[in-house]
Design a protein around this ligand. Structure first.
Ligand code: NAP
Length: 250
């Protein structure tokens, strides 16, 4: 029987799917939470087929009721909620003068409101248990990125949220940290390449050239760090944002 339960958002594909699979390997039962219920169940099915324990839950993380329901379902079906990974994300890139209010609101809603709602819902159980770990997903874009005013602001906001929740929840044995990925090869960056009119492979090769480690990241590169931050090995680490970017921002 798994000893911990993880709730991973945006876990049907990309970094979230790799994180859910890695946490399952580490012995967690996993709630695979995603906007698309069928994709969430498919990803959970893969974890179960590999010998893990997972359930798939359809949930829009920006919707308060859906988040409350997803957390309640996790507690009912898996018995606990010990690790929360706020990973769900979307892009609506545009230069400021072309950015619509909808582009701004969508990105804020999924990244910031979503992390707030999931953290608030999960902390209740964690506080009762006097134990828990939350890992948020920031980005190197938090430092500023042309065409991403909405996304950069949301990802910088995630860092402030992380530090503040670490202060508030630390006395209850709950650690809160963030991972800030650089360029990771996923559908998100493939979509960016398409918008730029280049192939995903070309954008990856160009990015690798200007990255000290001379490669782009994989979802597993991020999943490994999330797994560490969620584990007891990081038992005295809280309020931190760890950049995982191959040295790109040096
Ligand atoms: P991805 O491949 O686009 O996957 C994102 C997942 O989030 C999708 O399964 C998507 O579901 C889900 N999602 C979107 N909106 C949601 C909502 N409202 N509620 C629940 N789930 C939702 O992205 P990724 O590259 O793995 O990125 C994961 C996280 O890392 C994001 O927070 C992203 O900002 C961050 N990040 C990525 C990179 C990178 O280079 N890839 C770099 C820095 C930070 P649908 O498919 O149904 O829309």
């Amino acid at each position: 029987m798994p000893s911990r339960t993880a709730f991973v958002t945006g876990a049907a594909r990309g970094i979230g799917a790799a994180t859910a699979a890695r946490l399952a390997e580490d012995g967690c039962a996993v709630a695979v939470v995603d906007l698309d219920p069928a994709a969430a169940m498919e990803a959970a099915g893969k974890i179960n087929a590999a010998g893990g324990t997972a359930i798939g839950i359809g949930c829009d993380v920006s919707d308060e009721t859906q988040v409350a329901d997803a957390v309640a379902r996790t507690l009912a079906d898996l018995g606990s909620l010990d690790v929360l990974v706020n990973n769900a994300g979307v892009l609506r890139d545009n230069l400021l003068f072309k950015m619509s209010v909808d582009d701004w609101d969508t990105v804020m809603s999924v990244h910031l409101r979503g992390a707030f709602l999931c953290s608030r819902a999960a902390q209740k159980h964690m506080v009762d248990n006097r134990s828990g770990a939350i890992v948020n997903t920031s980005s190197v874009s938090a430092l500023g990125n042309r065409g991403q005013a909405n996304y950069a602001a949301a990802k910088a906001g995630i860092q402030g949220l992380t530090r503040t929740l670490a202060m508030e929840l630390g006395p209850f044995g709950i650690r809160v940290n963030a991972v800030a990925p650089g360029f990771i090869a996923t559908e998100m960056t493939a979509a960016t390449a398409e918008r730029m009119g280049v192939s995903a492979a070309d954008l990856q090769a160009k990015t690798a050239e200007i990255t000290p480690l001379r490669r782009v990241g994989t979802p597993a590169d991020i999943a490994n760090v999330v797994a560490f931050l969620a584990s007891d090995d990081a038992g005295f680490v809280t309020g931190q944002t760890l950049y995982v970017d191959g040295g790109r921002r040096l």
